[in-house]
Write a protein that binds this ligand. Structure first.
Ligand code: 5AD
Ligand code: SF4
Length: 441
């Protein structure tokens, strides 16, 4: 049997696209391998959100090129956001590549592969959205995790954040029809999935383009599918997170008490320059509401340090918000100019060394907050979806998305169990279960 290997960079959307491509390749009779050296097809699903992932892709390609020494017929393909943005450039830099395709024509992989196998360069980077792109959704996903699954509900982004390449690489917002989403959720549940993670670049904008359905209604519809035990969603935009969604989060038992709500910066001046569409006060008001309706909610965020024009005082506003909100997790990165974005030509204000220090300081502040938040779990009971066995222990996630390790039998895999937390670590929790209590269930 021919084998395939996929290397994925970037966000959940890319991970989900790769899972669908695995489904496609399996349908075509290929089997997955973890060793690229023995693969007949290597796909690199790329990200372009910052310069670093761009570079990582190019170095990965340099490595994968060697596959052709042993297997000259092996096919190397590049897809995803960097391919969409700079596919032809990559082809020039790495002429040994056989296939390049963009973010909206992944469903053409079978035809492209056929063309590449005949020795042609198979290149398809569409400027316009392919109206048949949803065909991709009809393929089964091949997942590492048996009990949790991503479901793409909206593609693209209509926001115009001045630093961001995503509107260019992923195009305008397109929501999937609710019926198709529910159908996929049903298949996943039949396949043993317990936790549905709805994803999109801006999930909270779901339905705006369809006109007849809102995001919170989608949450209710997914919750109504028999067998859905947990629901999460990523990524929400503070502007589109409305009270109906917050109320639905509080009202629907399966929606987990966790939300990733990117703030990007704390200073109003920088938020304006980024064109985020909210002030610090407005963002904090949403956080207030979330905490009011969902008292135990775990919050996470994205932060960009050093956007052009950001002064130390502006940066301190970000630090202030981080301390005030007390996030469970932050994803902070230095600003990276992206070609073609409105901010690309703006002059960076601070030197890279200063920005590195700001970033490290911020991450250290957050480390202490996160540890403090984890410590508050000691002695408490949390519901854990048991996902895997690792080093003799069972591992799963709490509703608040904390990794929890505990001892227990193999037959608990895929089950929701109450775990009493005995120890908090910086990035995980440890606990015990009451076997007797479990046997009664
Ligand atoms: N530079 C640094 N970080 C960026 N992000 C998006 N664009 C850039 C950029 N040009 C970050 C944002 C976003 C996350 C996915 O990546 O914080 O929320
Ligand atoms: Fe990277 Fe953004 Fe593309 Fe996701 S959508 S892969 S984060 S550039």
């Amino acid at each position: 049997m021919k084998k395939f290997y996929i290397r994925t960079f970037g966000c959940q959307m890319n991970i989900n696209d790769s899972q669908k491509m695995s489904g496609m390749l399996k349908t075509l009779g290929y089997e997955p391998t973890n060793n690229w050296e023995e693969a007949d097809v290597i796909l690199v699903n790329t990200c372009s959100v910052r310069e670093k992932p761009d570079q990582k892709v190019l170095s990965a390609l340099g490595e994968f090129k060697k596959v052709k020494n042993k297997n000259p017929d092996a096919i190397i393909g590049v897809c995803g956001c960097l391919a969409q943005r700079a596919g032809y450039e990559i082809l020039q830099k790495a002429p040994y590549i056989d296939m390049v395709f963009g973010t909206t024509n992944i469903h053409h992989l079978p035809q492209l592969l056929e063309e590449a196998k005949q020795g042609n360069k198979a290149v398809e980077i569409l400027e316009e959205i392919d109206e048949n792109e949803n065909q991709l959704d009809s393929y089964p996903t091949v997942r590492d995790n048996k009990y949790t699954a991503y479901v793409t509900v909206i593609r693209g982004c209509d926001k115009k954040c001045t630093y961001c390449i995503v509107p260019t690489t992923r195009g305008k917002e397109r929501s999937r029809r609710i019926g198709e989403i529910i159908q996929e959720v049903q298949w996943l549940v039949e396949d043993g999935v317990k936790e549905i993670h709805l994803i999109g670049q801006n999930v909270t904008a779901y339905g705006k383009d369809l006109g007849d359905v809102k995001f919170y209604e989608l949450l209710y519809a997914v919750a109504n599918v028999d067998g859905v035990e947990r629901i999460r969603f990523t990524t929400g935009h503070p502007r589109d997170l409305d009270i109906n969604t917050i109320k639905a989060m509080a009202d629907i038992p399966q929606v987990c008490e966790a939300l990733h709500l990117p703030i990007q910066a704390g200073s109003d001046k920088i938020l304006k320059a980024m064109d985020r569409g909210y002030t610090q006060k407005e963002y904090l008001e949403k956080i207030e509401l979330l905490k009011k309706y969902i008292p135990d909610i775990a919050l996470s965020t994205d932060i960009i340090v050093g956007f052009p024009g950001e002064t130390y005082e502006d940066y301190l506003e970000t630090v202030k918000v981080v301390k005030e909100v007390k996030y469970d997790q932050i994803f902070a990165f230095k600003y990276s100019p992206r070609p073609g974005t409105p901010a690309a030509d703006l002059k960076m204000t601070e030197d890279p060394k200063t920005l590195s220090k700001w970033l490290t300081d911020l991450i250290n502040i957050q480390k202490n907050i996160a540890f403090e938040k984890n410590l508050a779990y000691e002695g408490k009971k949390v519901e854990v979806l048991v996902e895997e066995e690792k080093d003799g222990k069972l591992v799963g996630r709490s509703r608040t998305n904390k990794l929890v390790y505990f001892e227990g039998k193999h037959n608990l895999l895929g089950k929701l169990v109450d775990v009493k937390i005995t120890k908090a670590n910086r990035f995980s929790l440890e606990g015990t279960i009451n076997e007797k209590e479990l046997q009664l269930i």
